[in-house]
Design a protein around this ligand. Structure first.
Ligand code: PEP
Ligand code: CO
Length: 475
């Protein structure tokens, strides 16, 4: 099997361009002054910072270059409709999530969702977790002001467990380089457990009767939906779809703290170029996608596939420039475009972006993030998202892409296996009044278990609707 881009067979890419000659794992540091600090933490103890960075650099990697190459291959297949990407997890992981129960529950939920998609779409599902390292969070404001003891106090914002601590005290909010080591340790432990579970056959979950599919009996579900979902659940159970990638699971996080990312960016024997070995798929957040900024500079030089979040302010010209920087040779599976435009903006903006890329001869590898453009604040000041908006954005993105002869390669969602009440809607009918009942996210609102499974069934319907064109490919 020889394909454009030169992949000969699994995991052995040929013709992958070397890392750029004017790039090093640390060249991002020179961009900091020009682009402003952005959300890279300003550590005040240079000695402690270099000690942490040196220690991480000396530790064994969390993932291998071979796995990274294999993911690139899988993503290239998803771009062609021969696989579908399910990418999800918490908005922010915390170090306290590093427990056997929390890890197993999150893995199980993603695997169950993947099975539903696999049964419907008849293509392998590439499973990617926002897990084992999703510890750093960009914030809209570098500082937070609260009234403490009757007086206003302003402290650095909480940037996630990798950077500082959430308690509202000066000591807790001080960026602490030692947290990078703790993050690396928790990421390693999490991934080790995931690997062990998959090794032990944990992915064999073909028993929907043991899943909690409570939403199927909810009155809000249309009868024809209920029937279609029931048939799909039966299909999973009676004819469990063989999964050619059953042992594969990939990790991802936002590559926000470049001290952490670059510490574990290495060359490996017998392969060209540099790899970020903290995860398989680092992504650039919406707030750090400045073309001249440090995050884009860092990402352009590593061989990992890179995700790029795309907000509604993105212009076609800017996206075209970013694509040329991050993927100058149009390599299969290299750059995952993650539009997170919101249901109100997705049609015109995505349409424009697809046209602009076409104008420079690029098709794009599109995975929709239907969460981050759909955040709203209720009249009582609670940040939430509507299940219906999330689903509608997925459908809209799919339609726009199809209208251009492109395809939706996957979905990127924030979810949790817990019974939280953070997003409204879905068949379970969570309303605004229910939100305070169990709202535990330290960051963005997540779909709960029922909503996540309902979403999987709904997206499965979209894959079924594609029918043969999904498996046959239609480039
Ligand atoms: C996120 O994925 O949690 C996030 C902050 O996304 P974005 O950069 O798209 O806002
Ligand atoms: Co988020």
């Amino acid at each position: 099997m020889v394909r454009a881009g030169g992949f000969l067979h699994w995991g052995v890419p040929h013709g992958v361009a070397p890392s750029p000659a004017d790039w090093t794992p640390d060249s991002w540091r020179a961009c900091r002054a020009a682009a402003g600090l952005g959300p890279i933490p300003e550590y005040d103890d240079a000695g402690a910072l270099s000690a942490a960075v040196e220690r991480i650099a000396a530790l064994p990697p969390l993932v291998t270059s071979g796995e990274i190459e294999r993911l690139r291959q899988r993503l290239a297949e998803a771009a062609e409709g021969r696989a579908f990407v399910l990418w999800g997890g918490d908005c922010a992981e915390t170090f306290s999530d590093c427990t056997s129960g929390a890890i197993a529950a999150r893995l199980k939920m993603l695997l169950q969702m993947a099975l539903v998609l696999r049964a419907a779409g008849d293509v392998p599902v590439v499973r990617i977790g926002r897990i084992a390292g999703q510890y750093a969070k960009p914030r809209s404001s570098p500082v937070e002001t609260r009234v403490v003891g009757g007086r206003e106090a302003t402290l650095p914002s909480y940037f996630g467990d990798l950077i500082n601590r959430s308690e509202f005290t000066a000591a807790a909010r001080r960026p602490d380089p030692a947290l990078m080591l703790e993050g690396y340790r928790c990421a390693g432990l999490t991934l080790n457990f995931i690997r062990a579970l998959l090794d032990a056959g944990f992915a064999d979950l073909h028993h929907p009767e043991n899943w909690d599919l409570g939403f199927l009996s909810r009155a809000a579900l249309l009868p024809e939906q209920r029937e279609a979902y029931r048939r799909l659940a039966e299909r999973v159970s009676v004819h469990p779809p063989a999964d050619p990638a059953a042992e594969e699971f990939y990790t991802s996080h936002e590559a926000l703290n470049l001290w952490y990312e670059s510490a574990q960016t290495r060359r490996v024997p017998r392969r060209d170029g540099w790899f970020n070995l903290t995860c398989h798929l680092p992504w650039i957040g919406q707030r750090t996608g400045d073309e001249a900024g440090p995050h884009v500079e860092y990402a352009r030089g590593v061989h990992n596939p890179i995700g790029l979040k795309i907000g509604p302010e993105m212009t076609g010209q800017r996206l075209a420039r970013l694509v040329r920087i991050l993927d100058p040779h149009d390599e299969p599976g290299r750059l995952v475009l993650l539009p997170r435009l919101g249901v109100a903006r997705v049609r015109p903006v995505l349409d424009d972006l697809v046209r602009s890329l076409s104008a420079i001869g690029r098709r794009g590898l599109w995975v929709v993030d239907p969460m981050h453009g759909n955040s709203v604040v209720t009249s009582r000041g609670v940040k939430t998202r509507s299940f219906d908006d999330v689903l509608a954005e997925i459908h809209a993105a799919d339609e726009v892409l199809r209208a251009h002869g492109r395809r939706l390669a996957g979905v990127h969602v924030e979810l949790t296996p817990l019974d939280v009440t953070e997003c409204v809607g879905g068949a379970a009918g969570i309303g605004e009044d229910d939100l305070p009942r169990n709202y535990t996210s330290p960051c963005d609102p997540r779909l709960n278990y029922e909503q996540a499974m309902e979403l999987a069934f709904a997206v499965a319907g979209l894959l079924q609707g594609r029918g043969a064109s999904v498996s046959a490919g239609s480039r």
